[in-house]
Design a binder for this molecule. Structure first.
Ligand code: SF4
Length: 122
């Protein structure tokens, strides 16, 4: 996000200082509410216990739920794809599931026989 704190974190997957918005960032970045939150909420520290991770991710999702650019953020995270952190209200694991479904659907569409002419109604 312009990242919100995110892009600077995706490689190491550990909280780092926020980075300022850059001119090349998309317009949605400027609206990201997570800039005002701690980056550590969106990215797991190393060796985070499961219960703590679940709690942190739920808290991050609550921030995303009130973010005006959630859809754009989610699309960005899926397209990249962003391997770590909560983006657009989805955890990394949830994004992997979505991406797997998208790949399956795409494969199904490629294998589907070509549609014949559509009959005129009436
Ligand atoms: S949807 Fe969540 S992660 Fe994305 S910009 Fe908004 S608050 Fe940040």
């Amino acid at each position: 996000m312009p990242h919100p704190p995110h892009q600077s974190l995706k490689v190491a997957a550990v909280p780092k200082p926020r980075v300022p918005a850059r001119a090349e960032d998309g317009p949605w970045h400027a609206e990201a509410v997570c800039r005002r939150d701690e980056a550590g909420l969106f990215f797991a520290p190393s060796k985070e216990p499961t219960a703590a991770r679940l709690s942190r991710e739920e808290a991050a999702k609550r921030v995303c739920a009130r973010c005006p650019v959630m859809v754009a953020c989610r699309e960005h995270a899926l397209l990249q794809p962003e391997p770590y952190g909560v983006w657009g209200g989805l955890t990394a694991a949830e994004r992997r599931v979505v991406l797997a479904r998208m790949r399956r659907r795409s494969a199904e569409l490629r294998q589907a026989p070509a549609a014949g002419p559509v009959a005129a109604a009436g």
